[in-house]
Ligand binder design. Structure first.
Ligand code: SF4
Ligand code: SF4
Length: 502
């Protein structure tokens, strides 16, 4: 079939000679190919549409749905077509099965630890015109700010004093104000700050799509994960929603992870902004992107983020008519967990406490806490009033409140950053995940980093319930040797030592 279509495309090309091809003719030239390095081939529009048609046709096909659920129980993931059938299915008892399965996979692979992080906004200067973001170039209501290195010291000190060890830095795209040299210098500054017992041990980076050379520089700067949200995979919508600036180039943006891999960054984080396009399209395409990375590099995405569009200065979320309900959002989270079991899932403070609580059960493994989404918001929280947040925060609790809440819900809040520091990235990390061995690291690391938090930053109530949790959880470490070392490390942490890891 593919050969027949290709031949047809070639014939059209010959017949039309010098003339431009029409849209439909052009489309025939692009085939779905997960191994291709071209955006329009690995996120092939026709393949997404076929997938959605297949899902719609089979949404009540209980035999097929049961077969897919059986496959999912093996914990090896699902294809975008299989997962899309489950997403389309609205049979209540089958949806319940999906939720229980997601919860089980989450427990089996991640245990009860939840990793905590905070975003750090470096600069809101941006030359792009993204219509859903208040930092778009034409917005004149907000004050433009960029942290100096001295500002970064103040911000990071404030973050360390909260207890954070893992940051995700964010900056708009602006080659004059935020060149790569500024980002690299900022990363160096962040890693260099040691205040009391504080340290930022992992800096993840969320900056605009860039060149292989710049990705290589980020790798050399020892970043953790490179995160880039696709926003929407639908090319036409993408171009409409990004009318101006370098981000308008769909292919350059969509192929960014390939350049990051080429530059040596093997932990990459995907995400779409739910609400911009129809969610079944985004869901299928997001999984196709994960399949592409796996097919070409042998390693899928390290994380997937699931932001939903939110209000902000100059942005009315109701202006976007593809918003999704909490119910659909929960279903998407559960199906991502089932489809890509080894990929961490991140949820930010865009979501309320209750929504976050629900999706923690269904597969989310990382949450932000105590976040400020404006430039300079940690050192000077009053800046939240100057309308410079990138989005309205729904969960406004402090980090200590989030930690206490997680403990009360039976989770282990973890400040672990061990993997990339131990060289466990890319396929090395994935193979440990797939063999289940990573649990021998995650669980004791969670307990040891929580212990550090309790000693250095927690309120008395959090310290009390956290200590009880550690005493209970340490007995569950299955490997006797690891348990013994971890117990000794916990004692050493009480005596002032820091930074143990497996
Ligand atoms: S989403 Fe990013 S690139 Fe777009 S306007 Fe906002 S900061 Fe700039
Ligand atoms: S051991 Fe690795 S995978 Fe586990 S929590 Fe720590 S950094 Fe994450």
């Amino acid at each position: 079939m593919a050969i027949a279509l290709l031949s047809l495309a070639v014939i059209i090309k010959i017949l039309t000679d010098e003339k431009d091809l029409s849209d439909s003719e052009e489309r025939m030239l692009t085939m779905y190919n997960p191994k291709s390095l071209k955006a329009e081939e690995f996120i092939n529009h026709e393949e997404v549409l076929d997938t959605l048609a297949f899902a719609k046709k089979n949404k009540d096909n209980t035999r097929l749905i049961d077969t897919i659920l059986e496959k999912a129980k093996l914990g090896k993931g699902l294809t975008h077509r299989e997962a899309s059938v489950l997403l389309a299915c609205d049979i209540p008892e089958k949806i319940e099965e999906m939720y229980s399965l997601a919860e089980q996979i989450k427990k089996d692979l991640y245990g009860n630890r939840i990793v905590l992080f905070a975003p750090l906004y470096l600069s809101n200067y941006c030359v792009n015109g993204c219509v859903y973001c208040p930092y778009h170039q034409k917005n004149k209501h907000i004050s433009r700010k960029k942290l100096t290195q001295e500002d970064i010291v103040r911000e990071v000190t404030a973050l360390q004093d909260m207890g954070h060890k893992r940051l995700a830095i964010e900056a708009g795209e602006d080659p004059v104000n935020n060149p790569i040299e500024y980002i690299l210098e900022s990363i160096k500054t962040i890693y260099s700050i040691k205040h009391k017992n504080g340290a930022i041990r992992r800096v993840n980076v969320n900056i605009a799509a860039t060149s292989v050379e710049n990705y290589r520089k980020l790798k050399e700067a020892e970043i953790g994960t490179y995160i880039l949200f696709q926003e929407t995979y639908h090319k036409e919508s993408y171009e409409r929603l990004h009318p101006t600036g370098p981000k308008h180039d769909y292919a350059y943006h969509t192929e960014a992870m390939d350049r990051a891999m080429e530059g040596g960054i093997d932990d990459v984080g995907l995400g779409v902004l739910f609400g911009l396009e129809l969610y079944p399209y985004e869901f299928a395409a997001l999984l196709m992107h994960a399949e592409h990375l796996e097919a070409v590099y042998g390693v899928g995405p390290h994380t997937i983020s699931v932001p939903r569009i939110k209000g902000a200065d100059d942005i009315d979320p109701d202006a976007f008519d593809n918003g999704i309900s909490d119910e659909i959002f929960a279903k998407i989270c559960a199906l991502i967990r089932i489809s890509v079991p080894y990929t961490g899932m991140i949820i930010s403070t865009r979501e309320s406490q209750s929504v976050r609580e629900r999706v923690l059960h269904l597969g989310v493994s990382q949450v932000s806490g105590g976040s400020r989404t404006s430039v300079g918001g940690y050192y000077s929280p009053e800046q939240e009033d100057d309308k410079s947040e990138q989005f309205d925060v729904s969960d406004t609790r402090t980090l200590d409140e989030v930690v206490k809440w997680l403990i009360e819900k039976g989770y282990i809040p973890s400040f672990c950053t061990a993997c990339y520091r131990e060289g466990r990235t890319g396929d090395r990390f994935m193979s440990l995940c797939k063999s289940g061995q990573i649990q021998n690291c995650c669980h004791p690391n969670a307990l040891m980093t929580l212990k550090e938090y309790l000693e250095d930053y927690a309120s008395p109530e959090t310290k009390e319930i956290g200590s009880v949790l550690i005493d209970k959880e340490i007995t569950k470490v299955p490997n006797e040797k690891v348990k013994k070392i971890a117990m000794q490390n916990l004692i050493d942490i009480s005596n002032g030592k820091r930074d143990f890891r497996f």
